[in-house]
Design a protein around this ligand. Structure first.
Ligand code: IMP
Length: 178
């Protein structure tokens, strides 16, 4: 790994992250009928911290599901190809589904996943919540329904986001200064 944690600068601290995620959960609560169950799909591994934090504040009955996909490998740029590690999802006939992802960059991963869920899982409704929207990098037509932060074209780590598999456990978002 050519990068060192001492060169990491803080972009968003934990307090700002968690209070914005709580706000986003309130927005999600207000957009759904909270008497109806919601299936929350976590896109592993990057969404793990955001998913756990967000789920704490949702008011409807929640079912937790997990898929595992990757498009970055060990690089700081999308490989342009999806690696699916686990896409075993049951039928969600008549249910509302909310896909929870760490960051939408080119949109390749979520374009693939949302199309997959819509054509295979019989959900009534499929929406998308992301922690970060890197709008300037978009190549596919993916528009999050709920987004906590916009981020410009820098590579960020922490709170689930990794570089070469590391830094996911940080409770803040950082970036490496060039
Ligand atoms: P996309 O398929 O190009 O939209 O890329 C989405 C995936 O790329 C995310 O789920 C992340 O795993 C990874 N990714 C994109 N930008 C970053 C970043 O700034 N830091 C860490 N991972 C990123």
């Amino acid at each position: 790994m050519e990068k060192d944690i001492k060169d990491l600068k803080i972009l968003i601290d934990n307090k700002t992250l968690t209070s914005r995620i709580k706000e986003l959960a309130d927005e999600i609560n207000s957009k759904y009928d909270i008497s109806k169950p919601l299936v929350l799909i976590c896109v592993l591994r990057g969404a793990v911290m955001f998913y756990a934090e967000l789920a704490k504040y949702l008011k409807m009955p929640v079912k937790m599901e997990f898929v595992s996909l990757s498009s970055y490998g060990n690089s700081q740029q999308s490989s342009g190809k999806i690696k699916t590690m686990n896409l075993n999802l049951p039928s969600f006939k008549g249910e509302n589904v909310l896909v929870v992802e760490d960051i939408v960059d080119t949109g390749l991963t979520l374009d693939f996943l949302i199309k997959f869920i819509k054509s295979n899982c019989e959900a009534q409704d499929v929406k998308l919540a992301v922690l970060f929207d890197k709008k300037c990098a978009r190549k596919y037509d993916v528009k999050p329904d709920f987004s906590a932060f916009d981020v410009d074209n820098k590579f960020i780590v922490g709170f689930g986001l990794d570089y070469c598999g590391f830094y996911r456990n940080l409770d803040y978002i950082g970036y490496f200064e060039a």
